[in-house]
Design a binder for this molecule. Structure first.
Ligand code: COA
Length: 420
């Protein structure tokens, strides 16, 4: 048995944010029915194509464990089928542009009339207010959520991060909202509306920078490298390069082979508790007791010198050797792993964090598996559906259409080309 077995999800999501959420629900065992426009489908199916004629990796990696039904939700018969789906499902998840569902005739009020137990979950770029009608993509959310202004180096422009905190991050938030609403429904018997704005989710993930914004009122942020370098602070949280957000001095340092390998680097943290061990490891035992170096406050204006010395040592070791030497001594370090290294890491396949999936159009490909492990609900990653692969199955098995009624729906053109 899977955790969400028996829960039906009407998956009206597209691109990345919504599909991340419904894929997780599918991994937890829900029956996810993805509704797609006939003949077109989710736009990502045909974006960033690497194998001609096959669904893209963008699509396949976000839509595992789902069934696909083609349905024109703007056509009268299509609306009838959608109404039946709303009756049958427990949750409707959507991330259309603001107002799109209303324009189809499916307002929250109408949805509650059709199925008062339904949980309706939506992702929008912004919450209520001046930007509520905007269409929003990943990087817009990273910028509007405060992340970009605090990412990058002091002397450079704001930067977005490669982790998709706006899309996948919001999908994760929405998923939590959905299972929480399902839990509440057990007691209340009612559905409810769950909404997540991408701006809000990014801000939630960037909260340490809002913490620092407030701390500025009490003076300069002493743990920032900028402080030790004597550079004055302005009135907003500055970009802090690779400083660690937790207040412990940390940097990304070169390791052996850095001249050829762009990822021969390690993250290295100097915590007060392990300072003496760091001094011994890097061959600077005198710093353990030397005035100006022995305590964390003393070192703040010497971090460049200290990290330069640490780097002289890390440059003589590979990033893995640094890990092997420092980890047993509790010195926090982390190798900078490339996507190539990650995709070749057998340990990640053993835990199901990375998976190999077979696909009829593209053959075998790699994907991330479920990052959340439940001891009593195994995850089997099932390949993404082809467009409309389950239209007939959903119409007949889930909605009970058969005979003349099924023929009427198919002949109306509302559900694309149906293969029985
Ligand atoms: N049948 C008929 N029409 C359908 C349909 C179906 N099965 N599925 C979608 N449509 C229609 C919608 O109703 C909409 O029509 P309308 O504009 O007449 O109301 C139209 O297709 C386009 O939908 P929209 O959501 O506006 O797509 P878009 O490609 O223009 O915009 C986003 C894409 C992502 C910018 C936008 O959906 C958005 O802002 N979403 C919320 C935030 C979000 O999730 N962003 C991140 C995505 S990773």
């Amino acid at each position: 048995m899977k955790a969400l077995e028996g829960i039906k999800i009407l998956d009206f999501t597209h691109v990345q944010s919504g599909p991340t959420c419904t894929q997780l629900l599918g991994w937890f065992g829900a029956d996810v029915i993805k509704v797609e426009r006939p003949g077109v489908g989710d736009a990502t199916r045909k974006q960033l194509i690497d194998v001609p004629g096959a669904d893209s990796l963008y699509f396949t990696m976000l839509n595992h464990n789902k069934r696909s039904i083609e349905l024109n939700s703007k056509n009268e018969t299509g609306k009838e089928v959608l109404t039946r789906l709303i009756e049958e499902c427990d949750v409707l998840v959507e991330n259309f542009a603001p107002g799109a569902l209303d324009r189809m005739g499916f307002t929250w009020e109408r949805i509650q009339e059709i199925n008062p137990k339904l949980i309706m979950a939506s992702i929008k770029g912004f919450g209520p207010g001046k930007y509520e009608d905007c269409k929003v993509y990943e990087n817009v959310a990273q910028c509007a959520g405060g992340s970009a202004s605090t990412t990058g180096f002091l002397d450079g422009p704001p930067l977005v991060t490669g982790a998709q905190i706006g899309d996948s991050g919001t999908g994760l938030h929405l998923c939590l909202g959905i299972v929480t609403a399902l839990f509440q429904r057990e007691k209340s018997g009612r559905g409810q509306k769950v909404t997540c704005a991408m701006q809000d989710s990014v801000l939630n993930l960037a909260r340490v920078k809002l913490r620092d914004q407030q701390r500025l009122a009490a003076g300069p942020l002493k743990e920032y490298s900028q402080f030790g370098e004597g550079i004055p602070f302005g009135d907003t949280t500055p970009r802090a390069g690779n400083d660690s957000g937790g207040g412990q001095p940390g940097r990304i340092l070169k390791c052996k082979g850095w001249e050829q390998d762009p990822n021969a680097y390690t993250y290295f943290i100097i915590q007060a508790a392990v300072w003496e061990k760091v001094c011994d490891v890097i061959g600077k035992p005198e710093w353990k007791t030397q005035e100006g170096y022995a305590t964390p406050p003393d070192r703040l204006d010497k971090l460049n010198e200290v990290f330069a010395a640490v780097e002289e040592w890390t440059k003589t070791k590979t990033k893995y050797e640094v890990m092997e030497i420092c980890n047993p001594q509790d010195i926090p370090v982390g190798p900078i792993l490339s996507m190539k290294e990650i995709s070749e890491d057998e340990g990640l396949y053993a835990t199901g964090t990375m998976v190999k999936v077979d696909h009829p159009e593209r053959g075998e490909y790699l994907s991330v598996g479920c990052p959340i492990k439940l001891s009593d609900s195994d995850v089997d990653v099932v390949r993404s559906p082809l467009l409309g692969e389950h239209t007939h199955e959903v119409l007949s098995e889930v909605l009970g259409y058969s005979g003349d009624e099924l023929k009427r729906v198919v002949d109306s053109g509302a559900v694309g080309e149906v293969k029985a």
